[in-house]
Design a protein around this ligand. Structure first.
Ligand code: KG4
Ligand code: ZN
Length: 364
């Protein structure tokens, strides 16, 4: 069986084909990075126009790389939320058109579910498992109980971890996207102990006995450090040291809250032989210091650790195709899928039953 997946929720136009064994037959990602970089962040209207211009070519390239034609597909999946509405509409409408013409099921996919299920695509892990989702828009701890059933155990009350990287990078004069650029320059810092001593940063919510996060205070602390340097003194080694200190602090916060979530997971599923996986996913999961901390936590907790390969940590079509494939396999009925009047949803929480959180930037 073959499913085409289309992703256009933010600034990547992407399409991919996967089969039921989890083989990725093609994975085409066209980044709009250069277009948005001059503005220091993603401009929604420009993103939508770029998606519109490139989506057909990206889909055609994914089909060509997979060496198949539309008639070979058993389903077509597209991200329908959460994300920027213009981009979502373009990917979703393309998928619906393909589904309609070729009489195959259409699947409207939650982008976050794509990140969450990537570990099943790559590592074939079983439900239930614990997930830390760290992206530009979301920072959440979730238990993936079964396909379509996700229990949120923690979320950010304000900025996401990726947002903290991006905003802090801007404050230090580094280009967008901040995460990879902070990681790159932090490697120039030769003494991480000295860096964390010089640039002390808070760990907001550290002592709160919940799995919730807060990152906006951390970004403010970065701004204060930048402001407190004598004017014009933010040289390359300052930026390298502050970047290193920030990475270490974010890794520490993520590991600390994940440890709490591991305890909750074990209380719920400790007796199960198979419930042993700890998964990290989303764009920020590409960060090596963060991966190391989380891998150490998994080891200490007698859990297996799963992080996506670089080609699947950021936004891509393969993760969207895979959710479609999982739904196809679960249904055993290829006529099923979502209706063609399925609406795009700029906000789409994975766990609609999760208790509402109070916070300036709570998104889901
Ligand atoms: O999952 P993603 O590609 O898009 C969203 O769904 O948001 O995540 C993008 C985020 C950005 O904030 C970017 O700065 C961050 O992931 N990121 C990183 C790294 N690579 C990407 N953050 C830290 N270190 C990295 N190496
Ligand atoms: Zn994403």
């Amino acid at each position: 069986m073959l499913v085409l997946g289309i992703e256009s929720s933010c600034d990547e136009t992407a399409a991919a084909v996967v089969n039921e064994n989890g083989d990725i037959l093609s994975n085409v990602v066209l980044s709009q990075l250069k277009t948005h970089q001059v503005y220091g962040g993603v401009v929604p209207e420009i993103a939508a126009r770029e998606h519109l211009e490139h989506i057909d070519k990206v889909i055609a390239a994914a089909m060509k790389d997979a060496n198949i034609s539309f008639g070979d597909l058993n389903g077509v999946a597209a991200t329908c939320g959460p994300g920027l509405i213009g981009g979502l509409m373009i990917g979703m409408m393309s998928a619906k058109a393909i589904a309609s013409v070729h009489k195959i099921p259409f699947f409207g996919i939650n982008h976050l579910e794509g990140h969450l299920l990537t570990a099943r695509l790559t590592d074939k892990i079983e439900f239930p498992y614990l997930v830390l989702l760290i992206s530009g828009g979301h920072t959440q701890l979730l238990i993936a109980e079964e396909l379509g059933k996700y229990r949120r155990v923690g979320t950010t009350l304000d900025d996401a971890a990726g947002e903290c990287f991006d905003k802090s990078a801007k404050l230090m004069g580094l280009p967008y996207p901040g995460g990879p650029n902070i990681e790159k320059i932090a490697k120039e810092c030769m003494d991480s102990n000295a860096a964390t001593q010089r640039f002390q940063l808070p760990a907001p919510m550290k002592d709160k006995k919940t799995c919730d996060f807060s990152f906006s205070g951390l970004k403010t602390a970065v701004r204060l450090h930048v402001d407190n340097l004598p004017e014009g003194a933010l040289n390359r080694s300052d930026v390298a040291e502050l970047s290193c200190a920030l990475e270490i602090k974010i890794a520490e916060i993520l590991a600390n809250k994940s440890a709490r979530a591991v305890s909750q997971f074990k209380k719920l599923f400790g007796r199960s032989e198979t419930a042993k996986a700890f998964v990290v996913c989303g764009g920020v999961s590409a960060n090596q210091k963060i991966r190391q901390q989380l891998e150490m936590l998994a080891l200490r907790s007698d859990m297996t650790f799963h992080a996506p390969p670089p080609s699947l940590s950021g936004d891509n079509g393969a993760m969207i195709a895979w959710v479609g494939m999982e739904r196809l396999l679960a249904n055993n009925d290829s006529s099923l899928g979502d209706p063609l009047d399925f609406a795009a949803k700029p906000r789409w929480p994975l766990d609609p039953d999760a208790p509402k959180r109070q916070g300036a930037g709570v998104k889901a």
